[in-house]
Design a protein around this ligand. Structure first.
Ligand SMILES: N[C@@H](CCC(=O)N[C@@H](CS)C(=O)NCC(=O)O)C(=O)O
Length: 209
């Protein structure tokens, strides 16, 4: 069956890198459109006409848009089940663990990481208090993730796209001064994930030419 036509809207270093890695891992053909978040291009009329929320990732599937990392990752996983991005939905319990991992990254970690990286997005006042509280929230969540990776090896036991999502959140936090020392299993993720060609390619594609 021919694959749908796919276009991913992405910005290097943003959470859209997880969707990019999923497309690579699933060996799908896709077009990459860089939205310059640093230059505010997500809020231009042209991009808002495509995605009114002005966010990446955004995936056009045969011209019709899909937002939210968890939805995009689920779609790619189901489109190419042989890539094992997530557990099979034939096992509801395991599938739910995969959804739980994506929700943890998108719903729990991402807002805390945003408070560390971009606290000015969350307040019109002083940013230091926001960063302090966000650091506390991130510490609690990363502690649980670090323990889980230490015990199971990967978030689900076997590699999944959740590990790539977790890596993104940890990398953003630590690149903005969050102390990695108490989380050795998370700190080791980059090197371990680099052994996967899809991840290495995604990291290579991170910087715009
Ligand atoms: N809930 C969304 C969050 C997406 C999101 O916040 N993306 C950020 C990049 S990491 C973005 O597009 N920021 C641009 C902005 O908010 O102006 C998801 O999980 O896909």
């Amino acid at each position: 069956m021919p694959q749908p036509e796919l276009t991913l809207f992405h910005f290097p270093g943003a959470c859209s890198q997880v969707a990019l890695c999923a497309l690579e891992e699933a060996k799908l053909d896709y077009r990459l459109e860089v939205v310059d978040l640093a230059g505010g291009k997500q809020n231009t009329p042209d991009y808002l006409a495509i995605n009114p929320l002005g966010k990446v990732p955004y995936l056009l599937i045969d011209g019709v848009g899909l937002g939210e990392n968890a939805a995009i990752l689920s779609y790619i996983a189901l489109l190419r089940p042989e890539a094992h991005l997530l557990p099979s939905p034939a096992d509801p319990r395991q599938w739910a663990e995969g959804v739980g991992g994506m929700s943890f990254c998108g719903g729990t970690l991402h807002p805390a990481v945003r408070g560390i990286a971009n606290p000015f997005r969350l307040t019109t006042g002083e940013v230091e208090g926001v960063r302090e509280r966000a650091t506390e929230l991130a510490s609690k969540a990363f502690k649980q993730a670090n323990r889980r990776i230490g015990e199971k090896g990967w978030w689900l036991g076997d590699w999944s796209i959740v590990d790539v999502y977790l890596h993104w959140a940890f990398e953003v936090a630590t690149s903005r001064g969050f102390d990695a020392t108490p989380f050795p299993h998370l700190a080791a993720l980059t090197e371990r994930l680099m052994e996967r060609p899809s991840f290495a390619r995604m990291m290579g594609l991170k910087q715009p030419a």
